[in-house]
Design a binder for this molecule. Structure first.
Ligand code: GLN
Length: 304
């Protein structure tokens, strides 16, 4: 299939639509990004690559990184992960506090902020150097050693991260955070600040399209059964209170971030990453969502 032509056609179509999205402003560093940036990249499990626009420019992957931290915790660590974080869609915003009280400090899933903070707490408990180890893990998945944190973004988020600090304190009061809050949040803010381009994100998610094995290195990251679970979690929880919409319209497991990136996985076939910074009110890329909907509709390639 000529994916490059399809990318160009959809892009041309979408440029006629007024972008109603707004770039994330609650993290000051993210508000500086040019809202007209647009990139898309698809890598197949066989290694074929297709790309369009600003696909090779790095952006802040933000919550896309929550998949890496969750997979690292799930793959390397024998711990009480599922006693401390659930597997249900939250139906609430990514940074919501409301459910945590009735759920006694147990976040609904690892992809909302509270869930990712618990995963960071587990990584701090289990790893000697959690920051270095998460970077090493992502570099290993992508095969690209220059992937790194952006300390300006991490600092910017720390300086305005009052809601995230409320989440971690609240969970600590229920006994669901075991380590020093500063240490856990240092890992969380750095995790969110990782920068990658569309190609690097697609490549590093490819093991999820390949039964848990990185296709180009042959390294097994997750068993097929755990890979199924990771994809299922992305399907039901990857877009916060818009996860149902994404499933309904795009029909693939995926994950978004407030940097405007979205990655979607077609098991046994490919990973596709779109980047367009302006966000819809749910915190997901406005044009990224539309692009992927159009892509799976035109190609008739979805899991449903
Ligand atoms: N770093 C962001 C935050 O904690 C991540 C949110 C997101 O990408 N949805 O608010």
């Amino acid at each position: 299939m000529d994916y490059n032509k399809i990318f160009e056609d959809i892009y041309t179509e979408l440029s006629k639509i007024d972008n109603k999205g707004v770039v994330a402003e609650y993290i000051p560093e993210l508000s500086k990004i040019d809202p007209n940036k647009f990139g898309v990249q698809l890598t197949t499990v066989e290694g074929d690559k297709f790309a369009f626009g600003d696909w090779d420019e790095r952006f802040s992957i933000q919550s896309i990184a929550k998949v890496f931290s969750y997979v690292l915790a799930y793959s390397l660590i024998k711990s009480d992960l599922w006693d401390r974080v659930g597997v249900e869609p939250s139906g609430t915003a990514f940074n919501s506090l409301v459910q945590l009280e009735s759920d006694k400090g147990i976040p609904r899933n690892p992809f909302i902020n509270a869930g990712a903070i618990v995963v960071c707490d587990i990584l701090v408990s289990e790893l000697e150097k959690p920051k270095e180890d998460i970077l090493t893990f992502i570099r290993e998945l992508s095969g690209i050693n220059s992937i790194n944190f952006n300390s300006r973004v991490a600092e910017s988020e720390r300086s305005t991260g009052f809601t995230n600090m409320a989440l971690v304190n609240f969970m600590k009061s229920f006994g669901n955070i075991h380590n020093d809050i500063e240490e856990v949040m240092d890992l969380y803010f750095n995790l969110c600040s990782i920068e990658m381009n569309c190609m690097e994100v697609s490549k590093s998610f490819l093991f999820l399209a390949n039964n848990g094995v990185v296709p180009y290195s042959g390294k097994s990251i997750l068993s097929p059964s755990r890979t199924k679970r990771a994809n299922a979690l992305m399907q039901s929880c990857g877009f916060y209170d818009e996860s149902g919409q994404f499933t309904f319209k795009v029909g693939l497991p995926g994950k978004s971030g407030v940097g405007g990136g979205i990655v979607a996985v077609h098991p046994q076939r490919y990973c596709i990453t779109v980047w367009s910074p302006p966000l819809n009110p749910k915190g997901n890329s406005y044009k990224g969502m539309l692009f992927l909907e159009e892509f799976t509709t035109r190609t008739e390639l979805s899991i449903f």
